[in-house]
Design a protein around this ligand. Structure first.
Ligand SMILES: *Cc1c(COP(=O)(O)O)cnc(C)c1O
Length: 392
């Protein structure tokens, strides 16, 4: 779709293709395979001599609409969707790396990325060096001649550390390595990593892109040489393809992503300011607060702070659990990115599999509580948290 259209317009219009039925809402193509008019046409399609769908593990019209719309929003040449966000992370690694290659990644990555790199990829001969996310000197020092990929998530989950994407892109370029940015937390509405020099953008569409906590989905956006080559090749061969239904949910989710993202981000800022002034709270992690150590950087590369925050409650695990057990509106669940606010205790749930020493290093304190801020009235959310904070 025309480049000159604004992002909010692209979110609603980009990638839409009408079938012969002239439906207004995008069609959901629930089909495994596609039919041909003749044996010769089937042969041409299989030989890649003419475009067209063959089988939904390779291509599907609904999946293609989702991919094209997300690519437009990220400013990417191409996008490939996957079954989950972790499938997108794994596809990036398996599609682009080989035994003997080296990855640099920060300790503050999404919890499940740690065993993927440290156990599965390590077993296959791909080594990882872990660094402190904001410390560029550590990233530079970790580069080796065999470094092929720098992987980062910014802001990180759950402690909202912010990585300087442009600086990491420069380090990657010098090392002839690729920079992949997990943009789950901001979505293209608040941050566009490719504009800052990243090579690939990874999404867990399970979060804000769906936006209502219904489906698992993922995607990778970037240049055609990567996306249409080894990444799509991995998806169609190894099979972590997205279901058309889940792609359709995410496609329609993109239409309201800009207004949801901005509104939830505003609610998060309101909540973060209130928490920061609360006597039972030791510390608030939120990039939109002036007290955040990388506030200036965050405001340079993001248009708002995002909708996820975490805070350390006085009294360690007991204090954190009291806050969580006191809620009546907020959902106690590990997901976020939903219009319903969610709360969890990372040290014993999402990040419970990480060895305690490594967890401590990543800033996941026992008193840490994570809140995915939704669309409820912020005053109701504050009242919900106040109960446990004030021991009522
Ligand atoms: C949730 C999440 C993932 C994994 O996504 P799934 O869809 O659950 O597989 C990856 N990265 C980040 C930042 C996430 O929040």
């Amino acid at each position: 779709m025309a480049e000159e259209l604004k992002p909010d317009t692209l979110a609603v219009r980009a990638g839409g293709v009408r079938s012969d039925f002239r439906e207004h809402s995008e069609a959901l193509a629930v089909t495994t395979s596609f039919v041909y008019t003749s044996a010769a046409e089937a042969a041409r399609r299989f030989a890649n001599e003419e475009p067209g769908n063959i089988y939904s593990r390779f291509t599907n019209p609904t999946v293609a609409m989702f991919q094209d719309r997300l690519a437009a929003l990220e400013g990417a040449q191409a996008c490939v969707a996957t079954a989950t966000g972790m499938a997108a992370v794994a596809t990036t690694m398996f599609g682009l790396l080989k035994s003997g290659d080296h990855i640099v990644a920060p300790r503050g990555v999404f919890g499940t990325v740690v065993p993927l790199l440290d156990q599965i990829l390590a077993r296959l001969g791909v080594a990882t060096t872990w660094v402190d996310l904001p410390d560029l000197d550590q990233w530079r020092a970790a580069i080796r001649p065999d470094t092929r990929l720098l992987f980062v998530e910014t802001p990180s989950n759950p402690v909202c550390e912010v990585a300087d994407i442009a600086a990491l892109a420069e380090i990657a370029k010098k090392a002839k390595a690729l920079l992949a940015v997990d943009n789950c937390m901001c979505s293209p509405v608040l941050q566009r990593p490719l504009d800052l020099g990243a090579d690939l953008v990874i999404h867990s569409a399970t979060k804000y892109i769906d936006g209502q906590g219904r489906v698992l989905a993922g995607a990778i956006a970037g240049r055609e040489e990567h996306v249409k080559g080894p990444l799509l090749g991995f998806v169609r061969t190894a099979g972590p393809a997205i279901s058309p239904f889940n792609a359709w949910i995410c496609l329609k989710g993109l239409e309201t992503l800009p207004i949801r993202m901005r509104a939830q981000s505003q609610n998060a800022l309101t909540l973060a300011r209130w928490l920061e002034s609360h006597p039972a709270v030791e510390r608030v992690h939120y990039p939109g607060l002036a007290s955040h150590p990388q506030h200036a950087l965050a405001m340079r590369q993001q248009s708002a702070g995002g909708a996820l925050l975490s805070f350390v409650v006085k009294g360690g695990r007991e204090g954190a659990w009291r806050v969580i057990d006191g809620v009546r509106v907020i959902s106690i669940t590990a997901n976020f990115g939903d219009v319903k606010s969610t709360i969890c205790h990372p040290a014993t749930t999402t990040h419970g599999r990480i060895p305690p020493a490594q967890r401590e290093q990543a800033g996941i304190a026992e008193g840490l509580v994570r809140v995915g801020v939704g669309l409820e009235d912020p005053s109701d959310i504050m009242a919900d948290l106040a109960r446990g904070l004030e021991g009522r």
